[in-house]
Each structure stands twice: as structure tokens, then as C-alpha cells.
Design a protein around this ligand. Structure first.
Ligand code: DWN
Ligand code: ZN
Length: 417
């Protein structure tokens, strides 16, 4: 498996991505890994694959957890980005409820404007279009952006930056709602992104932002959600400081179970900090989530989970079992490449996303097939890489399980269901 380090395509940060401080301390080291969403085609297989350092650090000045390597966003998100939100029914349901709630809470109508940053295939904005509300999607990934246009969601195929915000504002655009789901942690210029939101939001507008929460990541050992697309791992403490730096206020926070535990943040140009935020800040201070100590033993927990999973898979294999995997997910790439799960253990990965079929997982190069393969091949076990959708996938795979198939859920501790 030949890999090459393309130093030209990444930068090693020396200062904090949010506050610019130099007090960042590394607490987890994965060495060099391939890019989690850079699926390989059969012609790529013969080519060396780019690998980049993956190191996680904590900022003592603003409490932000972050990776120290910034890979060129064009490599990560532009061409042939394989992630399409609409392949997950739970995510569609979750997003529709969010849109309907905001339409009611904010009394949105035909004169309103809703903008989504990283709008993907229109999975969320289509709900506003249906309600006759004006929308604009912004997403750099050409495939998903085209898919959004096909479902009637006008989409600008571009990265959202402070400059783009100025351009849109100069064109008379100011948003009542700005959605940003699973993107704030992905942007190389965190401050420019937030400053852009501040410029584009109406004075009485609200930015509704979803991002994975650092506490469940640490508590449930969700180390596989660490990869080069995810530059930041947020606490409310770090977020509050980031928004205030740009004249924005985190006024309300909700906990979500999606993606292993996320936060929904209600951010406004006017300060009106509610109890949910004050309580969460106090909670983090009492748990020490605002200090390096909380993170110091995480790498030991990660090593233990990696060891236990590897031992389980090797034991099953030595007993003659056949094993496949479910979910050609970015988090799956981190798991298989940091644990060392190759074709000696897992024969193939299945996924519902047709854009991922007949491609290969980065690094370990496991072939990706459609979910039908589980009933065609009926492997004894299936390693669930997309564990964050365990309930709906177990329901969906009732036939496979009825025939005796078993799932291995790796996080928070490897278990067989
Ligand atoms: O932050 C990110 C999150 C939101 O989504 C991105 N950087 C990339 C992506 O991460 P991921 O690939 O780890 O996300 P998912 O949503 O956990 O991926 C699940 C995979 O499983 C997708 O390829 C879709 C697939 N899937 C499936 O085959 N059948 C998902 C469901 C729910 C299913 O029933
Ligand atoms: Zn900082």
C-alpha cells in the first residue's frame, strides 16, 4: 500500500484556529492517515495515495480542541465529494423538523430569506422551498450542488467566505435564517466564516448551527469522528468566545443525538444569553472541559478500544467467520486505518449511497458495494462503521439478521448485536 505525503497540499498550524494563541498542546496522535472521504476508483488503486499527519490539540487560551493539520479545502470538498445527506432517512426527518420548527418560531413567509452554508443536495432547504420561502444554498461540492438544483433548491457552488458574504450583501441579500450544519468544524478560516455570517445575517436574524459536541466524543470514545475534514471539536466554552469575537451571541443551545452527539446553536447579533447556555458553560467548567486535564487520558482510552476491536475481529476470523462492514463513512475510514482493518479481516463494505459503489475505502482499499450484497453473500458478521445510525440500520437489515447475521458495533465499546 504505497502512500505519499503531499506537503504542498497542507499546512501545519502553529497557532490556535480560533484565538490565534500559541498555547496549543497535542493530546492525541494518529501519525499519517489517508483522507477519509477520498474514495478510490479502480484506476486509483495502482497510484500512491496522499497521507497527512493527524494530530489533535487543545488550546489553553480559548479551550478549542482542534487538529493541527489543514489540508487544502479544494482537495477535501470540491471535486467528487461523495457525501450526499439525503441517503440517510433519519437525517432527512431531523432536518425537516428543524425547518418546520423555525418556520413556526420565526413566522417565516414568502418575503423571508433562508441561506444554508454547506447545503449539500438540498436535504434541508427543500423544506423551505415547499413552504414557498426564498432560499439560497452555498456548497463547494459540485455533485451535491447539482443534485440540489435538480430538486429545486437554487445553489451557489462555492466556498462560503467573508468576501462572498460581502458580495451577497452588496447584492441586497440579508438572511432571516442562516443554517450551517456540520460545516463550522470543517472550515479552514473559522474566523472568516463566522465574520461572514455576521455580515449576512439580518439584525433580527438567527444563525442555526449544528456541530458535533466534544463531550460525547471524549465520553463515548468516538475517536473515529476525527479526520482531516474535521478541523475543530467544539465545546460551548470555545464557541461562546469564537462568536463574541465577531459581535455574535450564542443565546440558546440544544443537545442532539445525531452524529454521536451534536449541539444545535442559536446565534444572534443581539446579546440575550438564555439559561441553556449559562447551564452548559457551568457544566463544562465543573467537568473541566475548559482545561487540558480533561483530555490527557483520551489516547489511552482510544488505544484500548482499538486493541479490543482488533482482538475481537481476529478472534472471529480465527474461528472461520466471514465479516463485512456497513457504511462507507468518513468515520469508517478513520476506524479501519487506525485499527488496521484490511481485507484479511473484512471482505467488503456496503453503503446505500450509489455514488460510493464500486469504489474503495481510502488506505485499506476495502471494496464498496450496495447493501444488497449482505443478503447475496450473507456474511456471518457486519462491522457497523456508520454506528451513529445504528437503530435505523438494524431495522433496515431485519432480513439479514433474521437469517442469523450479526452486527458488531465498535463505539463506544465493541459489542455484538
Ligand atoms: O461531518 C460530516 C458528517 C456530517 O457526514 C462529513 N464530514 C462527512 C460525513 O461523515 P460520515 O461519512 O462519517 O457520515 P455518516 O452520515 O455517518 O455516513 C454514513 C454513511 O452510511 C453514508 O455513506 C451513508 C451510509 N448510510 C447507509 O448506507 N444506509 C447511512 C444510512 C443512515 C443508511 O441507512
Ligand atoms: Zn485558542
Amino acid at each position: 500500500m504505497d502512500m505519499m505525503c503531499l506537503d504542498a497540499n497542507s499546512v501545519t498550524e502553529r497557532a490556535c484556529r480560533s484565538c490565534g494563541g500559541s498555547g496549543i498542546e497535542t493530546f492525541l496522535e494518529f501519525g499519517k492517515t489517508p483522507l477519509a472521504d477520498r474514495l478510490l476508483t479502480s484506476s486509483d488503486i495502482a497510484e500512491p495515495e496522499p497521507i497527512f499527519p493527524l494530530r489533535v490539540a487543545f488550546c489553553k487560551d480559548c479551550s478549542l480542541v482542534q487538529i493541527t493539520e489543514t489540508v487544502n479545502p479544494i482537495i477535501l470538498f470540491a471535486d467528487s465529494y461523495p457525501y450526499y445527506s439525503s441517503f440517510s432517512p433519519a437525517l432527512l426527518k431531523h432536518s425537516r423538523a428543524n425547518a418546520v420548527d423555525l418556520i413556526n418560531r420565526r413566522g417565516l413567509g414568502p418575503e423571508s430569506l433562508v441561506i444554508e452554508l454547506a447545503s449539500n443536495d438540498g436535504y434541508l432547504l427543500k423544506n423551505y422551498v415547499e413552504a414557498g420561502i426564498r432560499v439560497l444554498g452555498i456548497d463547494p461540492a459540485d455533485g451535491p450542488a447539482a443534485a440540489a438544483e435538480r430538486v429545486g433548491v437554487p445553489t451557489r457552488c462555492a466556498f462560503f467566505t467573508r468576501d462572498l458574504a460581502e458580495t451577497l450583501r452588496a447584492q441586497g441579500m440579508r438572511a432571516d435564517i442562516i443554517h450551517a450544519n456540520n460545516v463550522l468544524a470543517h472550515v479552514a478560516d473559522t474566523n472568516g466564516f463566522v465574520a461572514g455570517i455576521a455580515r449576512l445575517l439580518k439584525d433580527d436574524g438567527v444563525a442555526v448551527i449544528e456541530a458535533p459536541y466534544v463531550e460525547p466524543l471524549i465520553e463515548h470514545c468516538e475517536f473515529d469522528t476525527i479526520y482531516h475534514e474535521h478541523l475543530c471539536y467544539f465545546s460551548v466554552t470555545a464557541l461562546d468566545k469564537l462568536f463574541r469575537r465577531h459581535g455574535l451571541y450564542l443565546n440558546e443551545v440544544k443537545h442532539l443525538s445525531i452524529h454521536g452527539g451534536s449541539l444545535r446553536l442559536y446565534v444572534e447579533p443581539r446579546e440575550n444569553v438564555g439559561a441553556t447556555v449559562k447551564e452548559q458553560l457551568a457544566h463544562e467548567a465543573s467537568r473541566g472541559i475548559d482545561a487540558i486535564g480533561y483530555f490527557r487520558d483520551f489516547s489511552t482510552k482510544v488505544d484500548a478500544l482499538k486493541r479490543d476491536l482488533s482482538t475481537l475481529l481476529r478472534r472471529l476470523k480465527s474461528q472461520g467467520a466471514t465479516i463485512a462492514a456497513y457504511g462507507a463513512a468518513a468515520k469508517g475510514a478513520t476506524l479501519i486505518n487506525t485499527v488496521g482493518i484490511g481485507r484479511d479481516l473484512v471482505d467488503f463494505v456496503v453503503d446505500r449511497n450509489v455514488y460510493k459503489h464500486n469504489k474503495y475505502m481510502p488506505g485499506q482499499r476495502l471494496p464498496i458495494r450496495s447493501t444488497e450484497a449482505l443478503l447475496e453473500v450473507q456474511p456471518d458478521y457486519v462491522l457497523l462503521l456508520a454506528w451513529n445510525f445504528v437503530d435505523e440500520i438494524l431495522d433496515q437489515q431485519a432480513e439479514y439478521r433474521a437469517r442469523g447475521g450479526k452486527f458488531i458495533v465498535p463505539v463506544p465499546t465493541p459489542r455484538i448485536i
